[in-house]
Ligand binder design. Structure first.
Ligand SMILES: Nc1ncnc2c1ncn2[C@@H]1O[C@H](COP(=O)(O)OP(=O)(O)O)[C@@H](O)[C@H]1O
Ligand SMILES: [Mg+2]
Length: 254
């Protein structure tokens, strides 16, 4: 690894993604991501924002190969992820989705799932503590947790793999306002404490403002605006950016 790749966690280059969609009776091809290039330096927290259907989830899912790009490349610390073993990639690039994914069993079993698969030990209590849950909960069934606590546990499960990059797809959208705010505070805390590189999809401006060091705005699969969060929030350079700040970007056709 040279000095540059050491500093760049993710490099997306000329990514395109075409999906077949059924429009009425006709199967057509929809360009979901269009010629997207973006670099995410190590330790940055990128908020990926944009209207519903703009391709945010698709983009996130391509970064841990839950979907494959039609063309273009994705590098993780300088290595093309297409040539990586998918399991190894997903250990390095963790994902937390909108609704907490519960595995059957106890909270401890849920958190230690990844390390156990690899035959490695896991200090589940440490990760539970890291996400602000009581260690006494370890042997409880995961289903006994509130939905906000389940989302914390999902984050703990992702962290137990010791990822280099954490992908979060609207991690608060299933939660009430208080639980959502708590999860956002947790993400801020973790990104500082663990120096994690984070990509978080959100359509809540306050959440983007609270966590992001960088912003990427996606509209109809194209990257419209990208840069430092502080600059974006004080002086967006595009009309779409200004609309997002006014809360107008999500009103029509979403
Ligand atoms: N499995 C799929 N098959 C066909 N089209 C899809 C599929 N998933 C998403 N799409 C379409 O791709 C576009 C981008 O979707 P998505 O990545 O989910 O956007 P976002 O997360 O920004 O809401 C949308 O037009 C959506 O309808
Ligand atoms: Mg989505």
């Amino acid at each position: 690894m040279d000095e540059v790749t050491d500093l760049l966690a993710i490099e997306l280059s000329h990514l395109n993604k075409v999906k077949p969609v059924l429009l009425g009776d006709t199967l057509t091809k929809l360009e979901v991501i269009h010629d997207l290039s973006l670099v995410i330096p190590k330790g940055e927290v990128l908020a990926l924002i944009g209207p519903s259907g703009s391709g945010k989830s698709t983009l996130l899912r391509m970064i841990n190969r839950m979907e494959e790009p039609t063309s273009g490349s994705i590098l993780l610390y300088g290595s093309d992820i297409q040539h990586m073993n998918v399991r190894k990639l997903r250990r390095r690039v963790g994902m937390v989705s909108q609704t907490p994914a519960l595995l059957p069993g106890t909270i401890e079993e849920n958190i230690s799932y990844g390390p156990k698969l690899r035959g490695e030990p896991c200090d589940a209590a440490h990760f539970l503590d890291l996400v602000g849950l009581e260690k006494s909960l370890l042997q409880r069934p995961a289903s006994a947790l509130s939905i906000g606590q389940q989302q914390r546990m999902s984050i703990a499960r992702a962290l137990a793999n010791n990822p280099e990059v954490l992908l979060l797809d609207e991690p608060t959208s299933a939660l009430d306002q208080t639980a959502a705010r708590n999860i956002i505070n947790l993400i801020c805390h973790l990104s500082h404490r663990l120096a994690l590189t984070v990509i978080m999809v959100t359509h809540v401006m306050e959440h983007a403002k609270a966590v992001a060091t960088r912003i990427a705005l996606l509209v109809h699969g194209s990257l419209i605006e990208e840069g430092e969060a502080v600059e974006f929030f004080s002086d967006p350079t595009t009309e779409a950016g200004r609309k997002f700040l006014r809360g107008e970007l999500f009103e029509s056709g979403d």
